[in-house]
Design a protein around this ligand. Structure first.
Ligand SMILES: [Mn+2]
Length: 287
């Protein structure tokens, strides 16, 4: 009886939309073709499964540390499976590098390999999901204020290696799922205190990116994401919007637009329409 009533109301709504020139069936068929890449890290508050001691990125308060927080890889997957039962359409899953299936092994960020994500690939295939990927620059003893833009070569090289490996993992995922894996590169680099070296760090970041992107892959796509500022890094952000807009347009990389990473008075619609003229595609982070 309840189902019959819902369906009846739905038919009436469809008629009303049609009178406004909107064919609901066509709209739903179109939406069915659009995949949203659901991020995995809300499930456990960006803790991940590294065994590096209590150093993970946990605690950006995505969940406010609620009691039902996922405690392991199985629980994160269960949460995602539950979400998928509630969201219509065919979607993707977005993994951060710290979510590898490392077992009990200590695997540092510059040691990650496709094998650490094989169980994710197998699980995703079973669930009909495609995977996307992110390198993880934060929540690590070598994170500090600067990673890819660090003047200290040893630290910079560590993060370049991590990001190169993240691209190789993305390539393996894309190949496995026969659909490009979208890899997003976002780093927190910046400073809390004012710096006079605004140019210097951006020059270093550009060189690091050139090194990272030197290998061409067929089964993954690179996205670069800017930020206005980071918490505790309020005075200066190396990877600003202008930096990545310039880099993306020059190197034909996909620029990620995160609606939470701009001044409140800026319009994302202006950024999308301008970017579409100069870059191949656009990646959106939607809140
Ligand atoms: Mn984002």
């Amino acid at each position: 009886m309840k189902t019959a009533l819902v369906e009846k109301s739905y038919e009436i709504a469809k008629e009303r939309y049609l009178s406004l020139g909107v064919n609901v069936d066509e709209v739903l068929a179109k939406l069915q073709q659009i995949s949203i890449s659901i991020h995995c890290w809300q499930s456990d508050d960006v803790t991940g499964f590294e065994n590096l001691g209590n150093l993970g990125g946990g605690g950006i308060q995505a969940t406010g540390n609620y009691p039902g927080k996922a405690r392991n890889i199985q629980e994160v997957r269960q949460d995602i499976e539950k979400v998928l039962t509630l969201v219509g359409g065919s979607h993707r899953l977005n993994l951060h590098a710290i979510y590898g299936d490392f077992g009990n092994k200590i695997v540092d960020r510059n040691e990650i390999e496709p094998a650490h994500f094989q169980s994710w690939m197998d699980w995703a295939k079973e669930k009909g999901l495609k995977l996307d990927f992110n390198s993880t620059s934060f929540g690590h003893p070598k994170s500090g204020e600067l990673t890819l833009a660090n003047p200290d070569k040893a630290i910079r090289d560590f993060w370049i290696e991590h990001t190169k490996r993240s691209r190789a993992i993305s390539e393996a995922m894309g190949k496995f799922q026969n659909d490009p894996c979208i890899m997003n590169l976002w780093i927190h680099d910046g400073s809390k205190d004012l710096t006079v070296n605004r140019y210097k760090y951006r020059q270093i970041l550009e060189q690091s990116l050139d090194d990272i992107f030197a290998t061409d892959y067929k089964n993954m796509k690179d996205c670069i994401e800017a930020k206005l500022f980071g918490i505790a890094l309020e005075s200066y952000t190396v990877g600003s919007y202008d930096f990545y807009l310039g880099y993306g347009a020059k190197k034909q990389k996909i620029v990620t637009l995160d609606t939470g990473h701009f001044h409140l008075s800026e319009s994302i619609a202006d950024k999308i329409s301008a970017l579409l003229l100069f870059t191949p595609e656009i990646m959106l982070h939607v809140r």
